[in-house]
Each structure stands twice: as C-alpha cells, then as structure tokens.
Ligand binder design. Structure first.
Ligand SMILES: [Zn+2]
Length: 161
C-alpha cells in the first residue's frame, strides 16, 4: 500500500491509499479517485503536501517542547499561590505591620522561653506582661490545652520571621 497526498483542482488536499503507483494512475485516469470535499475527480498528487505535512507536524510539535524544556531546564512545577493585592489589602497589610511593630516594641522578647514564661504568668508565678517569642507547634498545643491564652504574632506574607 502506498499513501499519496492528493489535491483536487480546487485545492483541497487529502490523503488516499493505493495498492501501487500503477493502481493510483489507473484509478485517477478512470476518475475513481475523487475529492472528499467537493467530489471532484480532477485530482493529482499534491507535490508539496507530503513534505509540507511532514515538516509542518515536526515544526509544530517538537520545537516548542524543545524550547520550553531547554529554557526552563526543570520539569513543570506545581502552580504556586499568587495574589494581586488590592489597595484595601495593602492598607490592611500596613496596619498588620504596625500592630506587629507595636507588639514587638511593647512586649518583651523571651525567645524560646515563651512557653515557660507564658506558663509562669498563667499560674501567677510572675507578673503579667506582654511577651513574645517562639513556640513550637507542640508547645503551642500544650499551652492551648492548659488554657493559656496567646496569639501568633501577626506575620506578614512576605516575611519569614
Ligand atoms: Zn476538492
């Protein structure tokens, strides 16, 4: 079987299978090969078509892949959370920052002693005051279970500490 890319006299390009090139010649001469679009029997081999469709397929499919894979050099990553910030949120963020700065300015930094200090205050061992520091998730859970009220320091989205 031979596959030929054919074109009718109106320019429709289509493909058809033939037993041989001789069979193709015979069928075309007898008007047995017709265009599937317009039914025209005036068909001939589309000289450009086989190469064109071949290069077209290669041209369309692989270069973008090659470009993207070599350009990024990494497999596609999972989408990361992104946000557009509205003016209101920008204002809120500013307030959050102010609150955070106020807390930091007016509270004692106790670092990793936070759970200990918080506990002492809760049980009346030391005077109540504003403190801030670090607590691991486990420590935070324990404090919470003991009924010690504390709040996470407001963190800004783009700050790590
Ligand atoms: Zn046609």
């Amino acid at each position: 079987m031979i596959r030929y890319a054919l074109a009718c006299d109106k320019g429709h390009v289509f493909e058809s299978w033939f037993q041989s090139s001789a069979a193709y010649d015979k069928q075309v001469k007898r008007g047995l090969v017709t265009c599937p679009v317009c039914d025209s029997a005036k068909v001939e081999k589309a000289i450009m078509a086989p190469q064109l469709s071949g290069t077209k397929k290669r041209g369309e499919a692989s270069p973008p892949q090659e470009v993207s894979s070599s350009a990024t050099a990494t497999p596609p990553e999972a989408p990361a959370p992104v946000a557009m910030v509205s003016p209101q949120e920008r204002e809120l963020r500013k307030k959050l920052k102010e609150l955070r700065e106020h807390l930091i300015k007016n509270a004692d930094y106790v670092g990793q002693k936070f759970p200990e200090e918080a506990r002492k205050m809760h049980y009346g061992e030391i005077e109540h005051r504003s403190i801030y520091g670090e607590a691991s998730p486990d420590q935070a859970k324990e404090l919470n279970e003991e009924g010690i009220e504390f709040h996470p320091l407001p963190a800004l989205p783009d700050e790590r500490n």
